[in-house]
Write a protein that binds this ligand. Sequence first.
Ligand SMILES: Nc1ncnc2c1ncn2[C@@H]1O[C@H](COP(=O)(O)OP(=O)(O)OP(=O)(O)O)[C@@H](O)[C@H]1O
Ligand SMILES: [Mg+2]
Length: 270
Amino acid sequence: MSENHPLQDSTILQVDQLTLEFGGLRALEHLSFQVQSQEILALIGPNGAGKTTCFQCITGFLPSKLGEIHLYPPNHQTQRLNGLKPYQIAQLGVARTFQSIRLYEKQSVLENVMMGRQIRTKASMLGVLLRDRLTRAEEQHIREDSFQLLQRLELEQYAQVTADSLPYAAQRRLEIARALATDPFLLLLDEPAAGMNRQETEELNELLVELRKEFQLTLLLIEHDMQLVMKLSDRIIVLDHGRKIAEGSPQAIHQHPDVIRAYLGEQATS
Ligand SMILES: Nc1ncnc2c1ncn2[C@@H]1O[C@H](COP(=O)(O)OP(=O)(O)OP(=O)(O)O)[C@@H](O)[C@H]1O
Ligand SMILES: [Mg+2]
């Protein structure tokens, strides 16, 4: 635990001194931050700053050997995430989407969500194969829950078509639906607005605010769209070359000289 960041009661994720190298390249350098329950925290920074790498470490897609990552699930014991596999971290209530959309393209939209749901059920793989009565009942349950999620994200008209036939913005929503199907309390979104037009981005903004309330979610989000970040976030962390260079309210970040130099300045002058 870093001494200058005392743990608050509402902390649900604590990243401490996380350092990760690819060959000689330091993608993350002594990165420490906390995420508070039900806040929307944005992680921003120039290309290659280490944002996705940070998500990969939290969700177990990359090993975190240097530094500590702790999860404080509501009403559960503290969990050290270092060394856990992605599915174990998902089972603890941490879900994510990917920078480049990762769907089961040739499966139906409904099946994509059902696969997210399955990590939360008791049905074993063998049970699924044998399709015994218990798992068939369970599958029906999963199907109904998944359809409800599709309705919530206004995707139900696509339920039976393959995921790759969806318009782009709908594919991004489907990724969110699949993540929600794992019943998370912490949702990590890697550039959810990438490729969206202004109106779609505006709708995404509203959707995320609503979902936070409905599902009591905490959102950690990587995003390059500054308009969205400034409007949506409670708090922002800025990375540059793997290091945290600023942290604060959207207002404070907007005026931070280092941030303007490292990041916003790039856009302001382009
Ligand atoms: N699997 C990998 N192998 C080697 N180097 C990698 C790997 N993944 C990322 N990197 C490097 O680590 C650094 C951080 O990459 P990362 O993808 O985390 O950046 P990012 O902040 O998400 O950038 P972007 O905004 O472009 O998505 C970059 O220099 C990148 O080239
Ligand atoms: Mg990235």
